[in-house]
Design a protein around this ligand. Structure first.
Ligand SMILES: Nc1ncnc2c1ncn2[C@@H]1O[C@H](COP(=O)(O)OP(=O)(O)OP(=O)(O)O)[C@@H](O)[C@H]1O
Length: 313
């Protein structure tokens, strides 16, 4: 076996120079990051960026081509059943379609863990009380996804991997899921989340890493990622001729006052927008795409709320 269990001060995940090649394709190309104990970390990136490959290497489902990885103090390629029982895994694709009912499946899986949660509590936490005795094969796609999440948390994991967990959830179920994740976090669970819902990442995560083309292009606290410049508010309005105008401003109130004075009245369709995580993320990915296709000069991490006509005040 390998090294030692993580102490409370060690990161629960430590990745250094991770590489994964599929033939000529470098799907993951020198990625490094840590996840601290109790932290929720979001791995963000476009389709094919390398998120699932990274997460599945951490889970022990894929081998790596290079680099060092430690998960709960263990190299995943050597993780045994004891190590696996400390993880909760919600894979990207829904696996549960069998003939068992929800409660039967959860009882069955609870038996694999030394200290599982109560099956009834988990069913309630994922909002499947009314379907507890229904066969999984008869559930809707979103309900099956909730079974996946239930199976991921039944073993009371120290570290929970959530690969696009809320795909197929209706808006209310997503909010319920967020509440559940906050409860798990409050209990001390460390979480690695991938999602294409940037509002979900912003709501749940302490830090995020953005991966594109197999490399980590940005990492930081959710409210700092992309840097201060990317967070400058944008004032939008229509000028006297009805043309759309926008300006990035560190002092939006003063900017609005100046526009109002210039127009001699209320600006039409006035709005002040603070770039969201999604705007910032889109700016980062756009800048990376431009740089990697040779258009570096045109690239900047300007939020997507910006337009080419904008000036900064
Ligand atoms: N088994 C495989 N064999 C060959 N290429 C693969 C394999 N698995 C993934 N890839 C390629 O590796 C790259 C990264 O894929 P990965 O599934 O990690 O992306 P992702 O960021 O999770 O994307 P998505 O958001 O679509 O889930 C892609 O170009 C993909 O086509």
């Amino acid at each position: 076996m390998t090294t030692r269990n993580a102490t409370p001060n060690d990161p629960v995940v430590r990745v250094r120079g991770l590489e994964k090649r599929y033939g000529d394709l470098a799907a993951v190309d020198g990625v490094s990051f840590d996840i601290e104990r109790g932290e929720t970390f979001a791995l963000l990136g476009p389709n094919g960026a390398g998120k699932s490959t990274t997460i599945e290497i951490l889970e022990g489902y894929r081998t790596r081509s290079g680099g060092d990885v430690s998960v709960l103090g263990i190299d995943p390629t050597r993780g045994g059943l004891d190590w696996k029982s400390r993880l909760g895994i919600v894979l990207q694709s829904t696996g549960e379609t069998g003939n068992a009912t929800v409660v039967e499946q959860l009882r069955h899986f609870a038996g694999f863990y030394p200290n599982p949660r109560s099956v009834d509590e988990v069913i309630a936490a994922v909002g499947l009380q009314a379907k507890a005795k229904t066969r999984i094969s008869k559930l809707s796609g979103g309900q099956r996804r909730r079974v996946d999440v239930a199976l991921g948390i039944i073993g009371r994991p120290e570290l929970l991997f959530l690969d696009e967990p809320t795909t197929g959830f209706d808006p209310e179920s997503r909010r319920d899921f967020w509440t559940l994740i906050r409860q798990l976090k409050a209990e001390g669970t460390s979480i690695l989340l991938t999602t294409h819902y940037l509002d979900e990442a912003a709501q749940l995560s302490d830090r995020a890493g953005v991966i594109a083309g197999g490399t980590l292009i940005e990492i930081g606290a959710i409210d700092e990622i992309g840097g201060a410049d990317a967070r400058v508010p944008v004032v939008r309005w229509r000028d006297a001729s009805g043309a759309p105008r926008s300006v990035q401003s560190e002092h939006p109130a003063a900017t609005v006052a100046a526009i109002t004075a210039e127009l001699g009245g209320e600006p039409r369709e006035l709005e002040v927008i603070r770039p969201s995580l999604e705007d910032i993320y889109l700016g980062l990915v756009k800048a990376h795409d431009a740089a990697s296709t040779g258009g570096a000069a045109a690239a900047s991490a300007t939020p997507s709320t910006a337009t080419s006509q904008e000036v900064r005040s």
